[in-house]
Write a protein that binds this ligand. Sequence first.
Ligand code: HEC
Ligand code: HEC
Length: 281
Amino acid sequence: MRYFTGAVLAALLSTTLASAEPAEDTLVLNEETQMVTRTAAPAHISHAVDEIMSGWLFRGIETRAMQMDDFDNPGMIFVEQAQDMWDTVEGSEGKSCASCHESMDSMAGVKATYPKWNEAAGEMRTLQMQMNDCRSNRMGAEAWKYDKGPAINMEAALASVSRGMPVNVAIDGPAQSTWELGKELYYTRTGQLELSCANCHEENYGNMIRADHLSQGQINGFPVYRLKNTKLNGSHSRFKGCIRDTRAQTYSPGSAEFVALELYVASRGNGLSVEGPSIRN
Ligand code: HEC
Ligand code: HEC
């Protein structure tokens, strides 16, 4: 068991159920794609953790099983909706995504590298920002709301064609300053509970918090279909929920802070397989 940060966290962590091991299980998708759900930590966090683990290993047996087969994965319905959207003409230019990008499969590998620096625009872009740039500037269509219906469905579809590929976001060069900001946010204690992401997801993963088995808070499985709200959830919305749980003011999905946090958290999962859309509680 890892050490507690303070009285508040100690009280939150259930003492009776503390320290349940992550599952000894392997994720093989559709009986063919072998997924990496645990591997050596990337160098930049190896001072803090030896191994990185997908949130999948911290879920119960039924939840894990749902993610093994696309027919059982309720997130795939939204992926299908996005596939239709991919071919739908919208906006003043009379184009669909397919007009320029051909099939969705041409996007294999892309999700694994986002958030990514866009040289021409001189900005760090999440996948949703990139899609919206295509919509606004190339299709003459309205931008999608961050983490909402069509945007999160399309992100899930783009994730689905990268499943099994290792997360591999760049953190150096032009990405470095954004990454540093994300790192700072990760280690900053917030709210009345004065807890940082690290207090829970780095120092206490494997412990029980209320009825929940704390994972490393990885985002290789995003977008995530949650059994709790029966829809796809974006990583920014998850960050927002976690910060709100510390009783702090939080940032909005799509904000510069959450873009930076997404880059940083994604980089802590470099080497894990892209799993989206995954299933969680
Ligand atoms: C008129 C042509 C055009 C249309 C239509 C278009 N895109 Fe793009 N898209 C591009 C170009 C060009 C790039 C490379 C742009 C850049 O680097 O800024 C790109 C880049 C992307 C990327 C990043 C690829 C990578 O390797 O990083 C994604 C994801 C993407 N588009 C998704 C979409 C989606 C989703 C739609 C439909 C909602 C769409 N695009 C519609 C032209 C288009
Ligand atoms: C009070 C403890 C606590 C704090 C602080 C906290 N979280 Fe969480 N977080 C949880 C719990 C509990 C869950 C649900 C169980 C799990 O997946 O770990 C969760 C889930 C997550 C998940 C979903 C993981 C998955 O595989 O679906 C992500 C991502 C995440 N947190 C990121 C963060 C980030 C980033 C921060 C800091 C801004 C943060 N959390 C702060 C408790 C916390």
